[in-house]
Design a protein around this ligand. Structure first.
Ligand code: NAD
Length: 503
């Protein structure tokens, strides 16, 4: 870590975790190394300095982890114990996460470059996801009688077996919770590969699972490179379910591997969301909310509104308000309590954002706010200023996911045109509509083609509301709701014709 002081000091426990590297994987309740002795480093995006080393697992290690998880499914009784017993163990795990939430929040903050208060919010979100699914699983009917003429029939629900998870670097613990909590609550065993840029919080979580008394092999955390460890996991024939969150390009590779093995796969992919703003809104308030959304985690948020479609009557005033507010955003290190927007995750991401600004502008976009690399005194991290581009939606910066604090403005004349513009994308994750007229809001919300439509707000996540994408943004289920839990049971029908035999 940098020697420059931050307003939030690292806890001794965090320092110790970082310095006792290389940090090992958690497989079968044990801390294990890579068979190839491969080690990788994870860096603090706010300083560019190495935080810790961790083991990067190889194909054979992933194979071993899946076999261990399959054995745990068969032998530990995890899938067969009463849901209330499993729930009690998951609540114990949530208690431990709660006890250690500041440790987890600091690890999450420095590994992702996420502002500390936001990282703490993510950890709290993860804890409540575990609690919600642990509670929900107790009341699921595992056997449902069917009223079928001439037959005695029922549907029985069972856990599937080993479920695989591959997650990206932007929300490591939120995504871990959304994935693992329902799978575990339903009685499955899990193997999770964190992103190579941000493995720390998941590796710490793996150690808490052991302390909570979760049987060995039920939760396995396997760090490594995407094309090695990730590919090996997605390819494994023993997996009964796969869940991938990340880019559409890698999602396609994962789906191909799963297709070969006929493993059901859920994909949560990228987005290019629209915010449709009508001329009856409170301009200052709406501008502020969109500015908050695009600068949250430096715009590295899949469901962000990155295309702002503004009614022509308020376009100029709205654009001016946004520029003025974005210029005031305080950029700084993630552990500095004054920071509103931290760094982006790495140099590749920084270069990607700068590249899109250049390409957008040479493709004809107007630059309303220039953006570009930002300097933070005494820090050698990956900082970028917010930017606003404007113009036609065929511009490269309006079509492709940038994953940074960059929004693209365009104006519309009427509702029909706004809907057409919002739907003119390959993605389909999340959009929002902003107006004082709620009838219009509801109409537009339903007409926009995406998994999620929000009204007079953006980035809304209430537990119980299913969240997922369509088209290039994903397929198969979604997360964060009771439907997600149901996804982690396989169903079986059991039938006896009443007239077949007398016994
Ligand atoms: P990415 O696709 O590059 O990587 C995601 C994960 O896949 C990482 O763990 C990586 O190691 C692994 N991976 C890479 N290559 C692999 C391969 N060949 N086989 C198997 N696994 C492999 O994505 P990223 O850059 O880490 O994350 C950003 C993307 O994630 C954006 O597109 C963003 O929109 C998306 N995302 C979507 C959601 C959602 O809920 N829809 C949430 C967060 C992020």
């Amino acid at each position: 870590m940098s020697t420059i002081s931050s307003s939030i000091q690292l806890l001794p426990e965090v320092e110790e975790f970082l310095s006792n590297g290389p940090i090992k994987a958690v497989v079968g309740g044990k801390e294990v190394s890579s068979s190839g002795n491969e080690i990788h480093a994870t860096i603090d995006p706010g300083s560019g300095e190495t935080l810790a080393e961790f083991v990067a697992l190889q194909d054979s290690d992933i194979d071993e982890a899946v076999i261990v998880a399959a054995k745990a499914f068969r032998q530990t009784g995890w899938g067969k114990m009463p849901a209330s017993e499993r729930s009690a163990l998951l609540q114990k795990l949530a208690d431990l996460m709660d006890e250690k939430k500041e440790v987890l929040a600091q690890l999450e903050s420095i590994d992702c470059g996420k502002v500390h208060s936001q990282a703490l919010g993510d950890i709290e979100g993860c804890i409540s996801t575990f609690r919600n699914f642990a509670d929900a699983a107790i009341s699921i009917e595992l056997s449902t009688s069917l009223n079928v003429k001439g037959h005695e029939a029922r549907v029985v629900r069972h856990p599937w077996g080993v479920c695989g998870f591959i997650v990206p670097w932007n929300f490591p613990m939120i995504l871990l919770g959304w994935g693992l909590a329902p799978a575990l609550a339903a009685g499955n065993t899990v193997v999770l590969k964190p992103a190579e840029d941000t493995p720390l919080s998941a590796l710490y979580f793996g150690r808490l699972a052991k302390q909570a008394g979760i049987p060995d092999g039920v939760i396995n955390i396997v760090p490594g490179l995407g094309e090695v460890a990730g590919a090996a996991l997605a390819n494994h024939p023993e997996l009964k379910r796969m869940s991938f969150t990340g880019s559409p390009e890698v999602g396609q590779l994962v789906a191909e591997s799963c297709g070969k093995n006929l493993t059901p796969v859920k994909l949560e992919l990228g987005g290019k969301g629209a915010a449709v703003v009508f001329d009856d809104v409170n301009i200052e308030e709406t501008a502020q909310k969109l500015v908050d959304a695009i600068t949250f985690h430096a715009g590295q948020v899949c469901c962000d509104a990155t295309r702002w479609l503004i009614h022509k009557n308020i376009y100029s005033q709205f654009a001016d308000e946004c520029v003025a507010r974005l210029q005031k955003i305080r950029i700084g290190h993630e552990l500095d309590s004054k920071t509103q927007m931290g760094p982006v995750v790495n140099k590749v991401q920084l270069d990607r954002i700068l590249g899109f600004l250049k390409r957008g502008s040479s493709d004809g976009a107007d630059t309303l706010l220039e953006g570009g690399a930002a300097e933070v005194e005494g820090r050698n991290g990956f900082y970028v200023k917010p930017a606003l581009l404007a113009g036609g939606l065929d511009n490269v910066a309006a079509c492709q996911e940038i994953f940074g604090p960059v929004a693209f403005l365009s104006s519309f004349d009427n509702e029909e045109q706004a809907i057409e513009m919002a739907n003119n994308t390959d993605y389909g994750l999340a959009n929002s509509v902003w107006s004082a007229d709620l009838t219009r809001c509801n109409r537009v919300a339903e007409a926009m083609v995406a998994g999620n439509s929000w009204i007079n707000a953006h980035n809304v996540f209430a537990y119980g509301v299913p969240y997922g994408g369509v088209n290039k943004s994903g397929m198969g289920g979604g997360v964060n709701s009771i439907e997600t839990l149901m996804d982690y049971y396989r169903t079986q029908s059991v039938v006896r014709p009443l007239d077949s035999l007398s016994h």
